[in-house]
Design a protein around this ligand. Structure first.
Ligand code: M6R
Length: 616
C-alpha cells in the first residue's frame, strides 16, 4: 500500500523521483523518502514523516547531491507508525545499499530474530529493514545485487515489491515482485520502475508488465527480467492509453472535484467501441460465447465502492441474463469454502486492479475451477493479468482516494456485460436490448445535467450541514447500493457517522435511530418503474418525517409525490429504473465532497486511507 519509483538514465533523478511520487501519493501519504547515487559515487538519502510536501520542502532547503540513479517511496504505514525512522528507504551494508518496499513480509519477526542473533541492529520497526539487512548480507558475500535478491526472495513470505540500489553500482536498480505491483517504463537511454504507470507516464508511455515472482534489473541501456530461479522470462509490452495531463488537477480544487466532473466522460468512454448496430458486443469477450451461453451462476467479488457497483450490477445481470448472481466482499469470499464449478463465472471489479483482497479471491476462484473475468480501470494491473478475461473500464486515471468516476464506469461495464451475456444466451428480448442501449448512451448527458443543475445547491446544503454528526441514507432495489455508497463516501471523506439502509429494513430496527433533526437522504425510485415501490418509499419518508427526520430526497424530475414529505428535493433526469443509480449517485458524491470541504478536510487524501489497498 505504498508507491515506489526507480530511475536510471542520464538525467538528475531527484526531480523525476519527486514528480513520480506526487503521482503515486494516492497509494500512501504518511511519509516519503528518496535515495540517490550521486556523481561521486556516494549514496544520499532523505526521508520524512508526513505528506510528500514535507520531504519536498526539506530537500528544497537542504538538497541531496545530484545523481542519475535513484529510488523513491511514499508510504502507508503497516509495520511501525508513520515516523522519520520508519519511512523508506532503509539502508544496509554499511549504508551503501538503499531499499524500498511495498507490501508486508509476513515472516519478518522470525527473520529479524535471526539477524539480531548475528549482531545486526535495526533503526526502525519495519519489516522492510529486515529485507534490506538480508539483501545487504547476501550482497556482501557475492558483490552481485541480482543474485543477492534471488537468495533473499526465496526466504520472504507474504506480498512485496522491493527495489534496491547499491552505491557501488550506479546505473542499476533491481526490483522483485510477489503479489504486489511493479511495472517497467521504457525510455530512450533511461528506464523506470513504478508501482504503476503513473510513476513515469510523463516521461514515457511504453511499458512492460512484470509477472509474479520475477526479478528485474534496469540500467540506462536495457532491462532484464528473470524468474526467482534466474531463468529469463518474456515480458508483456503495452502502451499507456492516457497521458500525464489526464492525471493532473487541471485547474480543479481537488482531484476528486475533477473526477466527479469526469463522470459523464467515464461512462461514455466505457461504452465507446462496444456497441455495434445498436447491440452490445464486447470485443474482449470474443471467443467466449460458448462458455457464456452455458454458465449457471455469476459471482461478483470486489471491495468497498467496487462491491457496491457489483450490487447495482446484480439487478441488471439477473434481469438481462436470467443467470443467478451473488455479490460478495472479496475478503469474505476467500476464507470460506464457496461452492464453485466450471460453469461459474466469477466477475471481479477493481479500479486499481491491485486490491489484495480481490486479487487473492480471484486466484482462489481460479484454483477452484471457476472462470474469472476482471472489470478493471488500470491497464497492466495484476488482477486483469491473473484473470481469464478482461473488460477494462475507461474512466481514465483516478487519483483521489474516494472512488467516483470509476464507480459509474464499473456500473456501466457491468451493464454492458449483462447485455452482452444476455444476447449470447438469447435471454434478453431484442427490443428491450435496444432500449437499454439507447438508455445507456443517454446517461453521460444526463449525468452532465445533474452536475450542471444541482451541484451548486448540493454544495450549499453541504456547507449548511458542516456541523452534522450523523447522516443516514435509504434506498430500495437499485437505490439500496447507492445508499451504501453515499454513506461510505461520507465516512471516508468527512469522518462522520453515516449508515446506508435498505428502506424496507427501516422498520426492522434502524428507525430507532431517527430523532428530531436527523438528516436522512432517501433515493426515491421512479414512480414510472414500479409505482408500488415508489409509494412504499414515500411512505418510509413519511414515517421518518413523523419522527422528526430532516429528509433530503433524490427524486426524478416531475415526481411531485415527494414534495410534501421531503425538506429538500434533489432532482435527477428521467431514466429507466435500472439506470437511475448512475444518476442518483452523483448528488451523493458531490455532497460528501462538499461536506468534507466545508469542514476544511483534504478530500483527495483522507486520513488513514490509501487509494490502492495492496495488503490483506
Ligand atoms: O481499487 P479497487 O476498486 O479494488 O478498490 C476497492 C476499494 O478499496 C475502494 O473502492 C474504496 O472503497 C474507495 N476508497 C471508496 O471510495
Amino acid at each position: 500500500m505504498c508507491g515506489i519509483i526507480g530511475y536510471v538514465g542520464p538525467r538528475q533523478s531527484q526531480d523525476i523521483l519527486l514528480s513520480g511520487l506526487s503521482r503515486l501519493e494516492y497509494r500512501g501519504y504518511d511519509s516519503a523518502g528518496i535515495a540517490v547515487i550521486d556523481g561521486d559515487g556516494g549514496l544520499g538519502m532523505r526521508k520524512r514523516a508526513g505528506k510528500l510536501a514535507v520531504l519536498r520542502d526539506d530537500l528544497a532547503s537542504t538538497p541531496l547531491a545530484d545523481g542519475t540513479t535513484g529510488i523513491g517511496h511514499t508510504r502507508w504505514a503497516t509495520h511501525g507508525g508513520p515516523t522519520d525512522a520508519n519511512a523508506h528507504p532503509h539502508l544496509a551494508d554499511d549504508d551503501k545499499l538503499a531499499v524500498i518496499h511495498n507490501g508486508i513480509i509476513e515472516n519478518f519477526a522470525e527473520l529479524k530474530s535471526e539477524l539480531i542473533g548475528e549482531g545486526v541492529t535495526f533503526r526502525s520497526e519495519t519489516d522492510t529493514e529486515v529485507a534490506a539487512a538480508m539483501i545487504g548480507r547476501e550482497y556482501s558475500r557475492t558483490g552481485d545485487l541480482v543474485s543477492a535478491f534471488r537468495a533473499v526472495v526465496s526466504r520472504l513470505e507474504g506480498a512485496y515489491t522491493l527495489l534496491a540500489m547499491h552505491k557501488d553500482h550506479p546505473g542499476l536498480v533491481v526490483g522483485a515482485r510477489r503479489n504486489s505491483p511493479l511495472v517497467i517504463g521504457l525510455g530512450e537511454g533511461e528506464n523506470f520502475l513504478g508501482s504503476d504507470v503513473a510513476a513515469f507516464v510523463e516521461h514515457t508511455r511504453k511499458a512492460l508488465a512484470i509477472g509474479q515472482d520475477e526479478i528485474v534489473a534496469i540500467t540506462p541501456e536495457g532491462v532484464e527480467v528473470t524468474d526467482f530461479s534466474g531463468a529469463p522470462v518474456e515480458v508483456e509490452a503495452f502502451e499507456v492509453t492516457w497521458d500525464a495531463s489526464a492525471a493532473e488537477k487541471g485547474g480543479w480544487s481537488s482531484f476528486m472535484a475533477k473526477e466527479v466532473s469526469e463522470e459523464p466522460e467515464a461512462v461514455a468512454n466505457t461504452v465507446r467501441g462496444r456497441i455495434h448496430e445498436g447491440r452490445v458486443e464486447i470485443p474482449e469477450l470474443d471467443g467466449m460465447d460458448e462458455f457464456l451461453a452455458d454458465i449457471d451462476r455469476i459471482l461478483v467479488i470486489a471491495c468497498g465502492t467496487a462491491a457496491y457497483a457489483g450490487m447495482v450490477g446484480k439487478y441488471a445481470l439477473e434481469t438481462w441474463t436470467r443467470v443467478p448472481v451473488d455479490v460478495e466482499l472479496a475478503h469474505e469470499f476467500r476464507y470460506r469454502d464457496p461452492v464453485l464449478s466450471p460453469r461459474t463465472l466469477v466477475v471481479s471489479i477493481s479500479q486499481s486492479g491491485e486490491t489484495m483482497d480481490t486479487l487473492m479471491a480471484v486466484k482462489y476462484a481460479r484454483s477452484r475451477g471457476a472462470k474469472t473475468l476482471s472489470i478493471c480501470n488500470t491497464q497492466g494491473a495484476t488482477i486483469p493479468r491473473e484473470s481469464d478475461a478482461i473488460v477494462y473500464t475507461h474512466a481514465g486515471p483516478e487519483v483521489a482516494v474516494a472512488s467516483t468516476k470509476a464507480f459509474v464506469a464499473q456500473i456501466t461495464a457491468l451493464y454492458l456485460l449483462a447485455l452482452h451475456v444476455g444476447r449470447v444466451r438469447g435471454a434478453i428480448d431484442p427490443v428491450a436490448a435496444v432500449d437499454a442501449v439507447t438508455e445507456l448512451e443517454a446517461i453521460p448527458g444526463k449525468i452532465a445535467r445533474v452536475l450542471e443543475t444541482e451541484q451548486g445547491r448540493i454544495e450549499q446544503l453541504a456547507h449548511w450541514m458542516a456541523d452534522t454528526r450523523s447522516v443516514l441514507f435509504l434506498g430500495r432495489n437499485v437505490g439500496y447500493p447507492i445508499a451504501l455508497e453515499g454513506a461510505l463516501k461520507l465516512k471516508e471523506l468527512a469522518y462522520i457517522h453515516a449508515e446506508g439502509f435498505a428502506a424496507g429494513e427501516l422498520k426492522h430496527g434502524p428507525i430507532a435511530l431517527i430523532e428530531p433533526g436527523q438528516p436522512v437522504f432517501v433515493v426515491v425510485p421512479s414512480p414510472r418503474g414500479s409505482g408500488e415501490m415508489h409509494k412504499k418509499v414515500v411512505s418510509n419518508i413519511e414515517e421518518i418525517r413523523a419522527r422528526g427526520a430532516r429528509v433530503i430526497a433524490i427524486a426524478e424530475e416531475g415526481d411531485v409525490a415527494v414534495l410534501p414529505a421531503a425538506d429538500e428535493v434533489l432532482r435527477i433526469p428521467l431514466a429507466a429504473p435500472l439506470f437511475e443509480p448512475l444518476l442518483a449517485v452523483v448528488p451523493l458524491h458531490i455532497f460528501a465532497m462538499g461536506l468534507a470541504e466545508a469542514k476544511g478536510l483534504d478530500v483527495d487524501q483522507p486520513r488513514n486511507l490509501a487509494k490502492s489497498v495492496t495488503v490483506e
